[in-house]
Design a protein around this ligand. Structure first.
Ligand code: F6P
Length: 280
């Protein structure tokens, strides 16, 4: 695991330079979900793949930017699913973006995720590693230095509601309105990594990306986005659900499957469960 984390650190230093100096325009290619890839997405993906290819403990990798699983070492222990540059379209307006890695054993499924790492590229570069606990590191003079453990409060005051209101179910809209009426502040940049990082660091709140009229199974991908953050939120003392149950218990039938998801501290997730259980 340590060599995988080192490999992610090495890739992140290169991706940071790429974001600062690289071309943020669109490429001619689309990824497996039909999004037009930016040149930054393709270049970050290549950086990560080339580094992971040198690690013997990795059995296979799959990137959000690619259609299929790439087998690496038959005797390797770990399977890694990664989103090389989530929210990459925010780079050209100079908002934060991030990489997300889910590290699995045996198969790519929520119940078999054993660790996760995400890296936020903002005014600072920060890496959060989740194993038994959630640890944050910061890139200082070319090296990632340990900064702090991350722990959520029982209840927070931030609300990050995903998608657009005209695609929300009426009960979801009412729930979000009630949360704002309880005094929560809107904090939503449209980048999953900085938005979830903010809630983790500021003690708590709710990030939601529900099933919507245009995307009944939500937008965010299980293996590359939802499961890695679910592990971090659970280990930080919060919770992550699909509206009804732990999202890490949701089955993955295809590597690019998506799932509705809610990440938060305990109180906010209790509220989502209460609302959703009445609207099955
Ligand atoms: O995965 C894509 C992504 O950009 C996430 O980083 C982000 O949380 C989400 O989409 C934003 O989607 P929307 O604009 O529909 O709220």
């Amino acid at each position: 695991m340590q060599e995988i984390i080192k490999a992610i650190e090495e890739a992140s230093v290169k991706i940071k330079d790429l974001i600062q100096e690289g071309d943020v325009s669109k490429s001619e290619q689309e990824n497996s979900t039909g999004d037009t890839q930016l040149k930054l997405d393709i270049a970050s993906d290549e950086i990560i793949e080339n580094i992971f290819k040198t690690i013997p403990s990795i059995k296979a990798i799959v990137s959000e930017e690619q259609e299929n699983i790439i087998p690496l070492n038959e005797n390797g222990k770990y399977l890694i699913a990664y989103d090389p540059l989530d929210g990459s379209s925010l780079a050209d307006v100079n908002l934060s973006v991030g990489s997300i890695y889910g590290i699995y054993e045996n198969d790519f499924s929520g119940k078999n995720i054993v660790a996760s790492v995400y890296v936020v590229f903002g005014p600072r570069v920060e890496m959060v590693v989740t194993q038994d606990s959630v640890k944050m590191y910061r890139l200082l003079k070319g090296e990632f230095k340990f900064i702090q453990d991350i722990q959520l409060n029982e209840k927070g005051n931030l609300n990050a509601p995903g998608s657009t209101q005209n695609c929300w179910a009426p009960y979801h809209k009412k729930m979000i309105d009630d949360i704002f009426n309880d005094g929560y502040r809107l904090r939503y940049s449209g980048g999953m990594v900085p938005d979830l990082h903010q809630i983790l660091l500021k003690g708590g709140g709710l990030f939601s990306y529900p099933g919507t009229s245009d995307r009944p199974k939500g937008k965010l991908r299980q293996l590359f986005e939802v499961f890695p953050f679910a592990l971090s939120y659970e280990k930080a003392g919060g919770a992550a659900i699909d509206g009804y149950k732990r999202v890490l218990e949701v089955e993955t039938l295809h590597i690019h499957d998506t799932s509705p998801c809610f990440f938060g501290s305990k109180k906010e997730i209790e509220k989502v469960l209460e609302v959703y259980s009445k609207n099955v």
